[in-house]
Design a protein around this ligand. Structure first.
Ligand SMILES: C[S@@+](CC[C@H](N)C(=O)[O-])C[C@H]1O[C@@H](n2cnc3c(N)ncnc32)[C@H](O)[C@@H]1O
Length: 276
């Protein structure tokens, strides 16, 4: 631990989004915070070791959070107050999604620590990148629903069942649900997705053993069972995963915005196409 001659520095906890796994998918700021930390708390099952060790100081304390309870983690935050430590709490993907970050953040504020959140690349955007798909295709899907299946330890709030979201027919990214794929397919069908809806199965995206499968909704259960992808798997679902859609107006020569004037002929053509 650092020994300081002057007044003790204020303790600080930074919640760092580590990205989906690969050490180079963390942000520069996230890597910097890991490099500044005296103590790094991270879940070895969810974040690759290199993601931490590549950026950490050699004298930093590395603590695997899978061995810790919430109270154990709080004890480290209290030490940060007493000893003026810099702590990096590393979460997989982006800390704003299913990271149990809020209770820790609030506890740190209450303890009087400086607190910061550094965003990260979520698994859903990493999975979209692997299959080379934009999730919002003009006139096909303009919304992305990030959700999980009901069940397990966390009940869903009213109105948030997968079947209810599925009624929108847009792109969905379904986290934490691979162990109950039959239930997921039933909910998606009940909500109105047809059997031939394209699905991407993303297992451990950006890890050395990553696996990506493209299939239809009616093939999903078989694909997941055959490969035993019960954990660390995300599903992207929806017509945007296959549709070409129409071309985005943003780059059309007839479209104008604050920084670009339209080409008059292209503008006329665009208007005619839009007319009913
Ligand atoms: C506790 S949640 C954390 C989500 C994370 N905060 C994020 O933004 O990606 C864990 C779930 O995220 C998904 N996940 C996280 N990393 C993944 C990866 N590298 N590949 C595929 N799915 C992943 C899986 O659905 C997994 O069950």
């Amino acid at each position: 631990m650092p020994v300081s001659d002057g007044p003790m520095a204020a303790g600080k906890v930074t919640f760092v989004g580590a990205g989906p796994g690969a050490a180079d998918l963390i942000t520069l700021r996230g890597a910097r915070r890991i490099g500044e930390a005296d103590v790094i708390i991270w879940a070895a099952s969810l974040v690759t070791e290199e993601c931490v060790t590549e950026h950490a100081r050699t004298d930093a304390d590395l603590v695997d959070s899978s061995q810790l309870t919430h109270d154990d983690v709080l004890a480290i935050y209290r030490r940060a107050v007493d000893e003026g430590l810099q702590v990096a709490r590393v979460h997989s993907g982006d800390p704003s999604l299913w990271g149990a970050v809020q209770e820790q953040y609030d506890a740190c504020v209450e303890l009087g620590l400086d607190v910061e959140i550094v965003p990260g690349v979520s698994a859903f955007s990493a999975a979209a990148a692997v299959v080379g798909r934009e999730l919002t295709i003009p006139e096909v899907a303009q919304s992305v629903i990030l959700t999980r299946l009901e069940g397990g330890k966390t009940p869903m709030p009213p109105g948030e069942r997968v079947r209810e979201f599925a009624r929108h027919g847009t792109t969905m990214a379904v986290f934490l649900s691979a162990a109950r794929t039959s239930q997921l397919v039933e909910e998606l069908r009940t909500g109105g997705y047809p059997d031939d809806t394209p699905v991407v199965v993303a297992y451990r995206t950006s890890w050395p053993d990553e696996l990506t499968v493209r299939c239809r909704l009616d093939e999903l259960v078989h694909e997941v069972r055959e490969r035993k992808l019960w954990r660390h798997t995300l599903f992207l679902v929806g017509p945007a995963l296959a549709a070409g859609g129409t071309r985005s107006h943003l780059y059309n020569a007839g479209h104008f915005h604050t920084f670009r004037k339209p080409d008059p002929a292209a503008r006329r053509e665009l208007r005619q196409r839009r007319a009913p």
